[in-house]
Design a protein around this ligand. Structure first.
Ligand code: AMP
Length: 504
């Protein structure tokens, strides 16, 4: 089924309901949203001969028009290639060329045109809309099958070149239905606020809100601004949004300054990176029962596990803290196992690689059979994440397999050391990595961003670690930095840190 059918269905039932907003200002009703998408689809077909299966890129910051483009591309049966607006034009050009895009939508981008393949046309939304306001509109979405490609998403690539993850209509439908079952209810009165990039998971979270006829809101700043959000949420009401853990920490800092206590905010779905126990405890202390965690990856989008609101808040449960530190249980559309290197299943409590199978798992990597064969084996997706399942099915994530430190033959999981250091009040952020050691093979070092102008001393942090973790896991050295290197999605670049600190 074509995903644009969902928009058409809602537009018929709730034609006059507000659909797209910029800040508090309504930009389109559902009838207008669906009409514009049908016009984008017609224009793509007539101007650029885009048809079923053709790839069309969007290299733009968040805006209400972004959502019209998504549905316009699907309307004519084509495949969306979302590109993070923060990427360099050369990185975007690589994705456009690799995916063989016919068309790319930009908004005032400067360096890209010179880098584009000749067969690719560019539409700049700053120079004019993506459709003729009175122009032709497609009568209905072009028929598509569940297995047809809908979303070709390039992985953030903390190492090597990004790979194109092929997601089908059926993959995205499974992810959407599981949201209603495992993550949260969705109401017509909701306002889905897109503070995180629409090119990533936040964009995939539009479907539930289209199905229910909720409002889609792009903040006036076009992105994440904590102070703006504190002011906007009470005015919109029923706000639901996806946020990476760093965004939540910044929102909390702003809330503490302004006295904001979560008014107007219904749900924050967090994930995409580790949420440390100390941080989620602080978040719930300030905002209460507003948090749900998900664990996913491009290859199984937003749909590996979920830790629902009730679990986050269930302080009376004897293992509440353990559960809060986990990423929850498998979503209803996937099976999750912990595997040893040869695929043997590990018992409860044992650490191994997290593998998953089920309807949201990608079809494979675009034009990359080797990488596909490595990731998809015997019907299982090898996530590259290490973790363990407890007796009740709660999954605790350790680290990416390549980030595990092997010191003296023992595995040390950086996240555990990071969790320990973050409970020290003078530590704002920390990343723990391994560096080569003649004696141990690798040894643990910590790169710390201090919370205030005075960095804590290494001996003070060492003493703190002694009270929290086994002695052999303690960092052998500390480095103090004003910030950590992060990729465009806010993930810490451990490869950069390893390069920088391995020879000290
Ligand atoms: P991406 O494919 O860019 O979305 O990155 C996915 C990776 O982010 C996963 O494989 C995990 O390593 C990490 N990740 C996603 N969700 C979580 C979470 N809730 N907690 C910790 N790490 C996460």
């Amino acid at each position: 089924m074509n995903l644009a059918e969902w928009l058409v269905r809602t537009a018929k039932r709730h034609a006059d309901q507000p659909a797209l907003l910029l800040g508090e200002d309504q930009v389109a009703t559902y009838a207008e949203f669906a009409l514009h998408a049908a016009q984008v689809g017609a224009s793509l077909r007539s101007r650029s001969r885009v048809g079923p299966g053709d790839r069309v890129a969007i290299f733009m910051k968040n805006s209400p028009a972004y959502l019209e483009l998504l549905y316009g591309i699907w309307f004519c049966g084509a495949v969306v290639v979302p590109i993070n607006a923060k990427l360099h034009a050369r990185e975007a050009a690589y994705i456009i060329e690799d995916s063989g895009c016919r068309v790319v939508f930009v908004s005032g981008e400067s360096d890209l045109p010179a880098l584009l393949p000749t067969e690719c046309s560019l539409y700049d939304l700053e120079k004019g809309p993506a459709f003729e306001p009175d122009g032709e509109a497609l009568a209905a979405p072009i028929a598509r099958h569940g297995d047809d490609l809908a979303w070709l998403f390039y992985t953030s690539g903390t190492t090597g070149k990004p790979k194109g993850v092929m997601l089908s209509n059926a993959n995205l439908q499974a992810m959407t239905y599981a949201y209603f079952v495992d993550v949260d209810e969705v109401l017509a009165e909701d306002a889905a606020v897109y503070a995180a990039p629409l090119s990533h998971g936040a964009g995939l979270y539009n479907f539930m809100h289209v199905l229910r006829g909720s409002r889609h809101v792009v903040p006036a700043s076009g992105g994440f601004d904590a102070a703006e959000l504190c002011a906007l949420a009470p005015r919109l009401g029923n706000v639901t949004m996806f946020a990476a853990p760093t965004m939540i920490n910044r929102l909390l800092a702003a809330a503490r300054q302004t006295g904001y206590a979560g008014e107007g905010l219904r749900t924050i779905v967090y994930g995409g990176g580790p949420m440390y126990l100390a941080d989620i405890e602080a978040a719930t202390a300030l905002f209460g029962a507003r948090f749900v965690q998900i664990y996913g990856q491009g290859e199984c989008p937003m749909a590996l596990t979920a830790l629902p609101r009730a679990d986050v808040m269930d302080r009376r449960h004897p293992r509440w803290r353990e559960r809060l530190a986990s990423v929850g249980t498998a979503q209803s559309c996937v099976r999750i196992r912990i595997a040893g290197p040869d695929g043997e299943e590990k018992a409860a409590g044992e650490i191994g690689e997290i593998i998953a199978s089920g309807s949201p798992v990608m079809k494979g990597y675009w034009n990359n059979p080797d990488a596909t064969a490595q990731s998809l084996r015997d019907g299982w997706l090898w996530t590259g994440d290490m973790g363990s399942l407890d007796e009740d099915g709660y999954l605790t994530l350790r680290d990416r397999s390549k980030d595990v430190i092997i010191s003296g033959g023992t595995n040390i999981y950086p996240r555990e050391v990071e969790e320990a250091l973050l409970t020290h009040p003078a530590v704002l952020e920390v990343s723990v990595i391994g560096r080569p050691s003649v004696e141990w093979g690798e040894e643990v070092v910590a790169v710390v961003v201090p919370a205030g102008p005075e960095a804590p001393s290494a001996s003070e942090l060492d003493a703190h670690c002694r009270t929290q973790i086994a002695s052999f896991k303690r960092p052998k050295a500390y480095f103090f930095e004003s910030e950590l290197p992060k990729n465009n999605y806010g993930k810490v670049l451990k490869t950069t840190l390893r390069r920088r600190f391995s020879s000290f």
